[in-house]
Design a binder for this molecule. Structure first.
Ligand code: XIL
Length: 305
């Protein structure tokens, strides 16, 4: 049996694992399976603002360099997750109340990281979780508070200027589950496109519970953004239910529908259920068990590719 990345390579499909904390690479089994199975990776938290830029002008690149070096050595793409999130923002940023100064801080931050990894991180989550979890408006984060809703357009413009060669995504959760939120994201993104904001696509997180996306939803989402000239990707898939056979079923249904819909960039939020290697501690949401044995979810994904 070929590996996922070997199978995906024939079709030009990115098959990735997100949630790669570089310290996991110390685990030889972990890094071996990662490099064998996937052709893309993204950091777990290490690219969030305060993880590498905790005070103004001070950057710690150690963890990110390690990830990028690993990817380069193993011929893997790296997705930059993510430039803006509601969490993980340093005090110095939270204390800026002047919009001009705040925008300057964003520009400095984006430039630093996007210039350093130019040509190495080929696609970015520019804004993650702009909307409230259940929908119903923008997250009232520090960006919204200081810049208003226009922070999203600002962020994409700053990112495009920082690296014109990178693909830029808006990353959102639960839109496959909540129709209202789905429409809300679509309206938001259509507005950006209408305003000529440089955005390339929508990254669906796809943290799935046992309420799986209704058949047809992934296809509809993909088509609706295609009509705007945008790409849809799956960015952080995992399946959080204790019903084992349901996990396999959901992986199969989602991956098959995504591929049929023309999605060519699919990442999971990790790959082993090993304790502490998934944010859903105690659940078994991924394709490999704690001992790195492939599970049913792996085989149905492999078969779908
Ligand atoms: C999660 C990480 O996996 C955890 O370690 C952290 O405590 C919280 O964030 N959506 C995202 C990811 O975009 O950044 C989140 O990652 C999972 C949900």
């Amino acid at each position: 049996i070929t590996t996922l990345r070997q199978t995906a390579a024939h079709k030009d499909i990115l098959i990735g694992s997100g949630a790669i904390n570089p310290t996991y690479l110390n685990d030889a089994q972990f890094s071996t399976v990662l490099a064998q199975q996937f052709n893309s990776l993204s950091p777990e938290n290490e690219l969030k603002w305060n993880f590498f830029h905790p005070t103004q002008g001070y950057y710690n690149w150690t963890a990110l360099d390690r990830l990028v070096d690993f990817a380069e050595a193993n011929d893997m793409a790296v997705k930059g997750h993510g430039l803006i999130s509601s969490c993980c923002n340093p005090d110095y940023l939270l204390n800026i109340t002047d919009p001009t100064q705040f925008r300057a801080a964003m520009t400095e931050h984006f430039n630093a990281v996007m210039h350093r990894y130019h040509g190495k991180m080929d696609r970015w989550d520019v804004v993650t979780e702009a909307l409230q979890t259940m929908g119903g408006g923008l997250n009232n984060n520090t960006f919204t508070k200081v810049l208003g809703p226009g922070y999203i357009a600002d962020a994409f413009r700053i990112a495009r200027a920082a690296d014109p060669t990178a693909k830029l995504f808006i990353n959102e959760n639960l839109v496959e589950s909540y129709p209202g939120k789905r429409q809300e994201l679509f309206n938001l993104v259509a507005g950006l496109v209408g305003d000529n904001v440089p955005i390339d696509g929508v990254a669906l997180q796809m943290h799935i519970t046992e309420i799986a996306p209704i058949p047809g939803v992934i296809t509809n989402i993909t088509n609706s953004y295609k009509a705007l000239g945008l790409e849809v990707t799956i960015a952080e898939m995992d399946v959080h239910t204790l019903k084992k056979t349901l996990v396999t079923e959901i992986y199969g249904n989602v991956i098959r529908e995504a591929l049929d819909a023309g999605i060519t960039d699919i990442s999971f939020w990790g790959f082993t259920d090993k304790h502490a290697y998934t944010w859903l501690a105690g659940a078994k949401p991924l394709m490999f068990d704690e001992e790195y044995n492939a599970k049913g979810a792996y085989y149905v994904t492999h078969a779908a590719l």
